[in-house]
Design a protein around this ligand. Structure first.
Ligand SMILES: [Zn+2]
Ligand SMILES: [Zn+2]
Length: 423
């Protein structure tokens, strides 16, 4: 199986893909190469590779084309650095036939920028314990990783023609009147689903790697293994069939969202039967992510973060200084609570009833605030949960997704009328 190093033709140094240049370069003599030029620089290992019979999964032993050392990798690893001579190695033999990706988004964010993004992101997280982030010394490791993804494309036919109603109550003089408004909602047309990405590597942390969405697929190019030079890369070990349930889920969620967005005020129940999902197609792509492992010396725990290698977006779970959070919540809500009571007092409306309403309202606001910070820091927020859906929305950034939308007013009628008791 072929193991490749790209060697500079001027000095023999290793040639890597540079996120800064958007081209390939030799770090020793700074010679810059295009994709076509770099393909001519391959140095291959001529020795046979050995599959190591390991108890816990398959490990494969390769030979570094530069120093000849044995390199043991996971079965899925297709690019790495030689542990001995540090040359960037691409195991291009592992990417043959069905394992050959069709698309790649090359790194745009280099290691320095990824660290800068991480640093400025963590500085905005004011409830992280002070001891957690002092300087970047606690970063143990940072690796540029190409993760394997399936990209799903399809179109969805919408066909909704349904009557619905909405009731609302109004005070009219001495009466409380409840109305029912009937209407017919028609939605017909096509919804495009483009490049819905699904991580195709079993051993990776799905939430962490997928939460860096969105990627801009306008910058995806045809795959060539030379782009992996200088990075770690993993090939897929999840087949597309295994992802169909999760894909269908995202497609329905997204279609429902598009239809809901096209409705104002009145809405009818939108169900999966309103959609006919077309015959989909897949592409196999490598997408760039910086993986950071971080050691909190204070708690001696490890934390993991991901940085989108194209956009610099940072995600990861963070520890919370709860004392700081509870105090800050109190400082935000307490003044509001006092102002409301002062207004009630000076307008002569402060009674046990209004005081309790203000108190309960403030407690709810406080709990919501604490909950929001917790779900943000623990990565359970809705943005993270709906990451696939958000990515499709990002790809389809145009207004008219459904061609035919019509709301027909079928009239409004009174359904109940009751006299208001006055004290
Ligand atoms: Zn060189
Ligand atoms: Zn080596």
């Amino acid at each position: 199986m072929a193991t490749v190093i790209y060697k500079c033709k001027n000095c023999g140094g290793p040639v890597k893909y540079s996120a800064t240049l958007g081209k390939f370069n030799c770090e020793y003599c700074n010679t810059v190469y295009s994709e076509d030029e770099v393909k001519a620089l391959t140095l291959l290992s001529e020795r046979e590779d050995v599959v190591v019979d390991a108890v816990n999964g398959d490990y494969v032993e390769y030979h570094c084309p530069s120093c000849g050392a044995n390199i043991v990798t996971d079965e899925t690893t297709v690019a790495t650095n030689c542990y001995y001579c540090n040359n960037p190695i691409v195991m291009s033999g592992k990417l043959e036939s069905s394992q050959m990706p069709t698309k790649v988004i090359p790194f745009r964010v280099d290691k320095k920028k990824a660290l800068e993004s991480f640093e400025s992101w963590i500085k905005t997280k004011k409830f992280v314990p002070k001891s957690f982030f002092n300087d970047k010394q606690e970063i143990e490791e940072i690796n540029g990783v190409y993760f394997p993804y399936w990209l799903y494309n399809t179109n969805v036919l919408v066909d909704i023609d349904r009557e619905g109603s909405r009731t609302y109550t109004r005070t009219e003089g001495d009466y409380r009147v409840t109305y029912r408004k009937d209407f017919r909602i028609v939605r017909k047309g096509d919804i495009d689903v483009k490049n819905l990405p699904k991580l195709a590597l079993a051993k990776s942390n799905k939430v962490l790697v997928e939460s860096v969405y969105p990627f801009d697929f306008n910058n995806a190019i045809n795959f060539d293994s030379s782009y992996l030079s200088g990075f770690v890369a993993e090939k897929k070990d999840i087949e597309k069939e295994a992802l169909m349930n999760s894909i269908e889920d995202d497609v329905y969620k997204y279609s429902t969202k598009v239809v809901r967005d096209s409705m104002t005020g009145e809405s009818v129940n939108v169900v999966n039967n309103d959609f006919t999902v077309g015959q989909g197609s897949f592409e196999y792509a490598m997408l760039p992510v910086w993986a950071i492992s971080y050691n909190d010396k204070d708690s001696n725990k490890h934390f993991f973060f991901s940085v989108n290698g194209q956009t610099g977006k940072v995600v990861g779970k963070l520890p919370i200084d709860n004392a700081k959070l509870y105090l800050s919540g109190l400082m935000a809500i307490l003044p509001l609570f006092l102002i409301i009571n002062a207004i009630l007092y000076f307008t002569g409306n402060l009674q046990t009833g209004t005081f309790l309403i203000a108190l309960v309202g403030s407690i709810i606001a406080y709990l919501l605030y604490v909950h929001k910070v917790h779900s943000d820091y623990n990565m359970t927020s809705s943005g993270v949960v709906n990451r696939g859906v958000n990515q499709i929305d990002f790809n389809n950034n145009y207004a008219e997704k459904i061609e035919y939308c019509k709301d027909i007013d079928l009239g409004t009628r009174v359904i109940s009328r009751s006299r208001i008791e006055r004290k």
